[in-house]
Design a protein around this ligand. Structure first.
Ligand code: F3S
Length: 384
């Protein structure tokens, strides 16, 4: 790998031991993926936001960085909090949360605590190079916004935040953003999260290119999140809708590697047969935006939930939503508004065995969870 003189100097430890360690890690990471250079990034997003009791090595690294006085070099946001208030077990498992947050604050990380940083805390532009972790955010940044990031891991994200560089390989390069599989839709009711779940399983680590469908921004978020969970997808295109796909020709070098068709039956096959058996209904994985909470919230206005129903929102918009007429009525209907990650909050779920969610990502990661469309979830809440 060819390094710039300043990068060589950092590697020799001339800007301190902590910076030297971060640069060494990135150089080794880049060599493993045959990167030929390190390139500057506009921002970083960290996945390590859960203060689990057993992440001792992570806290040790953060403590050393904090003690050295080093700060992040680029705008750096971080993932959600784990929801320690969601029960005694969580208070025990995530007992290092205050210590972790103090470290992140000391080194200059923005305390947005959301997996949807691109809503306002950290908004990339087309062509920006990023060093983001959190697969759903990577997916949105690459696909919808046309920025460029690999699916980085915890600690690698931190090394890039400190040095302001990332190895150039994978989705930072043009050629890896264009090869893909063509996806045809044969369905009257396209449920975006279910589609994302199926595409992740079928595409695995290829780039799905979906024939035109007028997905909303919220649907793109939820579809991408599901796809990045059930598969290793980091980029998808929608013809005539997403950043790099004004038409099919722009995203294919020649013919597609293969073509797949998703039918209504495929989408419906994921849905729980009896959504009304739910013991808790969950929305917001990835976090709900203000508009999304408003849209789904409207469906709860004037009703009364029969089982706990969670809306998990971007913390920045939580208070604003609570204060709106819809927000007030949603709470009056019995919906709980939270700003944590529902996956972490429900990992130990005593008495809440039948989770029903409209999130393809939560459905994939939280074992034993049922999936349902928004309408199914309304039935699960007992309001339909
Ligand atoms: Fe976000 Fe937690 Fe889901 S980090 S994408 S709400 S698993």
């Amino acid at each position: 790998m060819k390094l710039e003189p300043e990068q060589e100097s950092i590697l020799r430890g001339e800007q301190g031991q902590a910076m030297g360690m971060a640069m060494r890690t990135l150089v080794d990471y880049g060599r493993a993926f045959k990167a030929s250079r390190l390139v500057p990034v506009q921002s970083a997003h960290l996945a390590g936001s859960f203060g689990m009791f057993n992440l001792r090595a992570y806290y040790k690294v953060l403590a050393r960085i904090a003690a050295s006085g080093l700060k992040v070099k680029v705008k750096t946001t971080c993932n959600p909090r784990p929801g320690r208030e969601a029960g005694l077990a969580n208070q025990f498992i995530f007992r290092e949360q205050p210590r972790l947050e103090a470290y992140l604050d000391t080194i200059g990380v923005t305390g947005n605590y959301s997996c949807v940083p691109y809503d306002s805390a950290n908004v990339p532009g087309p062509g920006d190079r990023l060093a983001w972790a959190e697969s759903s955010a990577v997916q949105f940044a690459n696909s919808v916004l046309g920025a460029r990031t690999n699916r980085n891991s915890l600690l690698i994200d931190l090394c890039s935040a400190l040095t302001g560089v990332t190895p150039e390989f994978g989705y930072l390069l043009d050629q890896n953003r264009r090869r893909g599989i063509l996806v045809k839709l044969k369905a009257e009711r396209v449920d975006a999260a279910a589609l994302g779940f199926l595409l992740g399983q079928k595409a695995v680590n290829q780039v799905p290119v979906i024939e035109h469908h007028p997905f909303s921004r919220i649907e793109l978020k939820n579809m991408g999140g599901a796809m990045a969970a059930s598969g290793a997808v980091a980029l998808f295109h929608v013809e005539g809708l997403t950043a790099e796909a004004p038409d099919l020709k722009s995203v294919f070098d020649g013919a597609p590697a293969r073509t797949i068709t998703i039918t209504q039956q495929d989408l419906d096959s994921l849905r729980a047969r009896r959504p009304e058996r739910a013991s808790i209904v969950v929305f917001g994985c990835p976090h709900m935006t203000f508009d999304e909470a408003n849209e789904i919230g409207t469906l709860y206005v004037g009703k009364k939930t029969k089982v706990p129903t969670w809306f998990c929102l971007i913390p920045e918009v939580c208070e604003r939503f609570r204060g709106t007429e819809v927000g007030r009525q949603v709470q009056a209907a019995g919906v709980e508004i939270h700003d944590f990650c529902p996956l972490a909050a429900l990992t130990v779920r005593i008495g809440r065995r039948r989770v029903l969610t409209a999130s393809g990502k939560l459905f994939y990661y939280l074992s034993g969870t049922d999936y349902g469309t928004v309408e199914d979830c309304l039935k699960g809440s007992g309001v339909l």
